[in-house]
Design a protein around this ligand. Structure first.
Ligand code: NAD
Ligand code: UDP
Length: 340
């Protein structure tokens, strides 16, 4: 029996008439939850992924399950988006473009792949949407605001980004992705832009260096928690199912975007470290490490537009999501011990 929220989302999707969705980056963390949600809403899903930072394991439970149908295509979207003939012939109704490295550790190690995913990859995804007359959603990011001088960040803020610093490979690829999406929209593609803020939950790669997965794994292993800088920098953490609901609601609306999708409850990194230690019953000490270059000092979405125009806001307190994430990381570490 679906919850009232889940049923409301099914109704929103049914009203769009979507039959087939393409999800690039669908074997990643957020993408795998999105594929799952679309299938639950009765939409056939074609997931296109190169497994650069994701894994087929994230979607293996979707292959062959009863329902509208799930297809996994291995491809680098920067080179093109090959679809099975049957899907091309029947048509695509909506394209969600998520393919891109997303964690700082990943994009700093994969600078050129990140730039190509945001540039060539985004244009290829837009061309696919144009060919099919499909709705298009770009998964952009709060990183387009850089180290923000306006707080919290509303969509009309243009940001404070270093175009040549190490993070620029991600920030500027997403800013280019927003620009090319806007250009195609002006030429008639029904495109929108979601600016996703820090999202967490099961299926984040445990070794991807992001703060939630790292702290939880460290606390469970009894290792020191690596706090960058003095830990006073802030983030606002959104449970993955809330983020995915926001993405689906935005795509299902006629909204041009950009729309911030995230949680607006802000926490310092130090507070997060304390919460994780409490939830894991850990006595791990803190280890202060260098703050990465251009690490944003603060981050919190202004959610006025999402609340007003999509009727969406995140319903899951971070603490509840963190409890679920601790349980999941714990199982992952038993499956593959850290460092193995
Ligand atoms: P992830 O690394 O888990 O997933 C990204 C997926 O894209 C992976 O499966 C990867 O293999 C795939 N991919 C990367 N480059 C590709 C390419 N060239 N061709 C095909 N597939 C490719 O990251 P995530 O956290 O799930 O992020 C998904 C999207 O959401 C990204 O676009 C990211 O920028 C955006 N986003 C995420 C967050 C967050 O907190 N998780 C915040 C802001 C924006
Ligand atoms: N961070 C930290 N310790 C870690 C990993 C990250 O203190 O082991 C900090 C990081 O410097 C940043 C915040 O946590 O200030 C969020 O980092 P993350 O990599 O999760 O995502 P970002 O928001 O920077 O993209």
């Amino acid at each position: 029996m679906p919850t009232a929220t889940a049923q409301a989302l099914v109704d929103v999707v049914r009203a769009t008439g979507w039959r087939t969705a393409v999800v690039t980056g669908g074997a990643g963390f957020v993408g795998s939850w999105l594929c799952e949600q679309l299938l639950a809403c009765g939409v056939q899903v074609v997931c296109v992924d190169s497994f650069l930072t994701g894994s087929p394991r994230n979607v293996e439970h979707l292959v062959g399950q009863d329902g509208p149908g799930f297809t996994l295509v291995e491809a680098d979207v920067a080179d093109g988006i090959p679809l099975p003939r049957s899907v091309s012939d029947a048509g695509v109704d909506v394209v969600f473009h998520l393919a891109s490295p997303a964690s700082p550790v990943h994009y700093l190690a994969l600078p050129l792949q990140t730039l190509r995913a945001g540039s060539h990859g985004t244009e290829n995804a837009l061309l696919l949407a144009a060919e099919h007359g499909a709705r298009f959603l770009l998964a952009s990011t709060s990183e387009v605001y850089g180290d923000p001088l306006v707080h919290p960040q509303p969509e009309h803020y243009w940001g404070n980004v270093n175009p040549i610093g190490p993070r620029s490979v991600y920030d500027e690829s997403k800013r280019f992705a927003e620009a090319v999406t806007s250009a195609y929209r002006r030429q008639g593609v029904d495109a929108t832009i979601a600016r996703i803020f820090n999202t967490f939950g099961p299926r984040m790669a445990v070794d991807d260096g992001r703060v939630v997965s790292t702290f939880v794994a460290q606390a469970l292993a009894g290792e020191p928690l690596t706090v960058a800088g003095d830990g006073s920098q802030t983030r606002s953490l959104c449970w993955v199912e809330d983020t995915v609901e926001g993405l689906v609601r935005l795509a299902a609306s006629g909204h041009a975007g950009p729309v911030n999708i995230g949680n607006d409850v802000e926490t310092t990194v130090l507070e997060l470290a304390d919460t994780v230690r409490e939830l894991t019953d850990s006595t791990s000490p803190l280890r202060f490490v260098d703050l990465p270059e251009d690490d944003p000092r603060v981050r919190r979405p202004d959610l006025t537009v999402a609340r007003r125009d999509l009727g969406w806001s995140p319903g899951t307190p971070a603490r509840v999501g963190l409890e679920r994430t601790v349980a999941w990381v714990s199982r992952e570490l038993q499956r593959v011990p850290a460092g193995a």
